[in-house]
Design a protein around this ligand. Structure first.
Ligand code: ITT
Length: 187
């Protein structure tokens, strides 16, 4: 089985390819813009992107939207994570978190699948804390400042396989994989 994953982010593509290997699912990267709307939830962003992209591609496809939600910042940057990363970045977030003792945060991923008869969404969450300084040079985005519960390392200090043991993305894509396998046998 193969899925078409629309993303311009090659790190996401590698993470997902590895996570889905154990299900025997191959991943093809489609480098198209997701045409993201500014919505209040990741699910709304994903639904919109799915419909727009399906009209262009005309074949079953998958998109994912993810974000970092920091408790002390009332969920910021959340759905604005991509923009916030490009503007104030990791150091800007650390600045906002100066003298903040509640470091709790989570990454959330919403994966969407569309074909000619259905849309299905799957969510994955990883809880953790925001580090006091960036550590590690692997991964992307806010990986250097996120430490998942159950580890001492930031995501940027982990290999892809190690990050996949914890990550929001791996959790959401594993749900998609189980569902796709069941769906295939139903048809
Ligand atoms: P595509 O839209 O092309 O898939 P993107 O990098 O723009 O790739 P998102 O729209 O999902 O992906 O962006 C969400 C932002 O949240 C992203 O730019 C990162 O800054 C951050 N983010 C999401 N998942 C992350 C992860 O696993 N590790 C670190 N940062 C992450």
């Amino acid at each position: 089985m193969k899925i078409r994953f629309v993303t311009r982010n090659k790190h996401k593509f590698v993470e997902v390819s590895k996570a889905l290997q154990e299900y025997g699912i191959k991943v093809e990267q489609l480098c198209l813009d997701k045409l993201e709307i500014q919505a209040k939830s990741l699910s709304d962003v994903v639904r919109f992107s799915l419909v727009v992209l399906y009209n262009v591609v005309g074949e079953p496809l998958v998109v994912e939207d993810a974000g970092l939600f920091i408790e002390a910042l009332k969920g910021f940057p959340g759905v604005f994570s991509s923009y916030v990363f490009k503007t104030i970045g990791v150091n800007g977030i650390l600045k906002l978190m100066e003298n903040v003792s509640n470091r709790k945060a989570m990454f959330k991923s919403v994966v969407g699948y569309i074909d000619d008869s259905q849309i299905a969404l799957f969510e994955g969450i990883v809880e953790g804390i925001i580090a006091y300084e960036p550590r590690g040079n692997m991964g992307f985005g806010f990986d250097p400042i996120f430490i998942p519960n159950g580890s001492e390392k930031t995501f940027a200090e982990m290999s892809v396989d190690e990050k996949n043991k914890f990550s929001h993305r791996a959790k959401a894509f594993r749900k998609l994989a189980s569902w796709l396998i069941q769906d295939k046998f139903k048809r």
